[in-house]
Design a protein around this ligand. Structure first.
Ligand SMILES: Nc1nc2c(ncn2[C@@H]2O[C@H](COP(=O)(O)OP(=O)(O)O)[C@@H](O)[C@H]2O)c(=O)[nH]1
Ligand SMILES: [Mg+2]
Length: 262
């Protein structure tokens, strides 16, 4: 088989943005490998290719560069969705999204979709503390249908009741309420010059997740995959240029990750 025939292009680009340690790499790990590690390091560059039906979706992780304020405009160039991630136990991580990361999205696609994700909610909310991933996605979706489809408006929970996580000694004050993230979503729409009425609603685009337990992680990625489909179709029509990646090579890699310097 000629080399060129094995080369496939990602149809669409999703990027994870947010301060160091909010859990971006862990979210990607949880979704792609169904695992959580307590110590994660984002070495080199990394993106993951997800086959979603007939489409190839690339999800970009930051390669740890946020640590050095070194994420260039190229990182978001042409992105169809941006996952702005903060840590629910760290108010500053939400503020940084607006102060430091939002401007990086200027190079994203003009119809880019924004999701705001408050991670580590297992530390503050009992309902996010039970593992969602042990027996597969479908069972969890059935059991937690309401949690996955309803917007979660969570109040501060300084001392969660006894639960697997709190029993292990973890009780952390929730510094960012869901409403704060939704308010930021409104400001992002204004920054982008978009009308709230004709945009995706904050209730749908603001998630609270736990990479540790898997809470809401599938819902986050799969909602975005569905939402970027029109963008994929448009790009296919326009036959836009994208970076080329060898999918065969990616499949061979045990980590299922393609290393890439951006
Ligand atoms: N409790 C808890 N810890 C998390 C969660 N996600 C990530 N962490 C931890 O937070 C630290 C930073 O995670 P990492 O994925 O490297 O963050 P990144 O710098 O944004 O990529 C690591 O020690 C993770 O184990 C989560 O959902 N819950
Ligand atoms: Mg990382």
């Amino acid at each position: 088989m000629p080399e060129a025939s094995k080369m496939k292009k990602p149809d669409v680009k999703l990027v994870l943005l947010g301060d160091m340690n909010v859990g971006k790499t862990s979210l990607l790990h949880r979704y792609t490998d169904r695992k959580f590690k307590d110590t994660v390091s984002t070495v080199g560059g990394a993106f993951f290719l997800k086959q979603w039906g007939p489409y190839n979706i690339s999800i970009w992780d930051t390669a740890g560069r946020e640590q050095f304020h070194g994420l260039g405009s190229m990182y978001c160039r042409g992105a169809s969705a941006v996952i702005l991630t903060y840590d629910v136990t760290n108010w500053q991580s939400l503020a940084e999204l607006e102060e430091r990361f939002l401007s990086l999205t200027d190079t994203a696609s003009h119809d880019c979709i924004f999701a705001i994700v408050g991670n580590k909610v297992d530390l503050t909310d009992p309902k996010a503390q039970l593992s969602q991933d042990s027996s597969g996605v479908s069972e969890d979706q059935t059991e937690h249908e309401e949690e996955r489809t309803e917007p979660q408006v969570l109040s501060s929970c300084p001392t969660p009741p006894a639960s697997p996580a709190s029993l292990s000694g973890i009780t952390v004050h929730k510094q960012v309420a869901h409403e704060d993230a939704m308010a930021l979503y409104g400001r992002i729409l204004r920054y982008k010059g978009l009308e709230e009425k004709s945009s995706l609603p904050a209730e749908r685009m603001c998630f609270e997740t736990s990479a540790k337990t898997g809470y809401n992680v599938d819902a986050l990625f799969e909602t975005l995959f569905d939402l970027v489909l029109p963008s994929i179709l448009r790009k296919r029509n326009e036959n836009q240029q994208c970076p080329t990646i060898d999918l065969e090579e990616c499949r061979g890699a045990s980590s299922k990750r393609a290393r890439f310097c951006c």
